[in-house]
Design a protein around this ligand. Structure first.
Ligand code: ASP
Length: 290
């Protein structure tokens, strides 16, 4: 298997057809950017942060510039990033008016002794991050109120560096009209995102259902018990379907660069970058094409 690699998704949902080409371009660009970070000597965390940053910067997903409003007309975003080998992570939840919560999640991971920061605390930490020069301020302009996806869509990434070190992450605003303060699976360790020294995953779909089965940790545990990466993905989506009303999907990679994905929604845009190029991308990925 080839290392390093970057595996990106743009959410398990239904996307309007006229946006498919732009969405595919965006996931390809994100995967390419993540891989460039790795080939320049960056870490798997650098790859995940930079890939998700690209997706947050577009207005195509309900994350970053495309984030949607909650019932009060406010924008609250969630993001998480996890370093599998350190078993350490950073997450921000219900953070207001931040375009790139993935960078703030990284700041939580790298520069604070805690793992999860929510609400006003996240906004205050964002100011500290900018003041410290950890990342530069980004104009909090949002460009889209057009619902491109049917309801929700989260962006996510798993990256494996050349030594087999794994990182994973996600970024979302949930769905339009969500309850203010609502937090889904995406920033919750083990549900929306999980990585250890064996494998990493980023999940997407109906957060309240993914939380019930702790889908990310479950999928990685299957690999620890001997399942292939693809079997682990299939089993995780099967459990989500059998035990909840959930719809969703996930992408996974293990430390050797074996890949898998599964989803039960009409679309789950993905892109894989390895061998210095985007080796695969699709709105409706199929194993036979991989
Ligand atoms: N899982 C996300 C949430 O519930 C949404 C998504 O993945 O599309 O917030």
């Amino acid at each position: 298997m080839t290392l390093p690699l970057v595996f990106v998704h743009g959410g398990a949902t239904v996307f309007k057809e006229e946006y498919h080409a732009s969405i595919l371009e965006a996931v390809k660009e994100a995967a390419k950017t993540g891989l460039a970070a790795l080939t320049k000597g960056g870490s798997a965390l650098d790859a995940v942060e930079s890939a998700i940053w690209i997706l947050e910067e577009t207005d195509l997903f309900t994350a970053g510039r495309g984030a949607c409003e909650n019932l009060d007309g406010e924008i609250e975003v969630d993001a998480m990033i996890m370093d599998g080998n350190r078993l350490d992570s950073g997450a921000v939840m219900a953070a207001r008016d931040i375009i790139h919560p993935i960078s703030l999640a990284r700041f939580v991971l790298e520069r604070t002794p805690v793992m999860q920061v929510a609400g006003n605390g996240a906004s205050r930490l964002y100011d500290v991050m900018i003041k410290d020069g950890y990342r530069t301020e980004v104009e909090p302009r949002r460009t889209s109120n057009i619902p491109i996806a049917s309801e929700n869509d989260t962006v996510g990434c798993v990256a494996v560096d050349e030594h087999g070190r794994i990182a994973a992450g996600s970024s979302t605003s949930g769905w339009p009209g969500k309850l203010p303060g609502r937090i889904g699976d995406s920033p919750i360790i083990g549900s929306g995102v999980y990585a250890n020294e064996i494998a990493g995953t980023s999940c997407t779909g109906k957060g309240e259902q993914i939380l019930r089965v702790v889908m990310g940790r479950m999928a990685v545990a299957y690999i620890e018990s001997g399942a292939s990466v693809q079997d682990a993905c299939d089993k995780a989506v099967r459990v989500l379907r059998d035990r909840t009303t959930g719809e969703g999907g996930l992408i996974m990679a293990d430390k050797e660069g074996n890949l898998g994905f599964a989803f039960d929604t009409p679309h789950m845009p993905i892109a894989i970058a390895k061998d210095e190029k985007v080796s695969y991308s699709s709105m409706i990925p199929s194993l036979t094409e991989l």
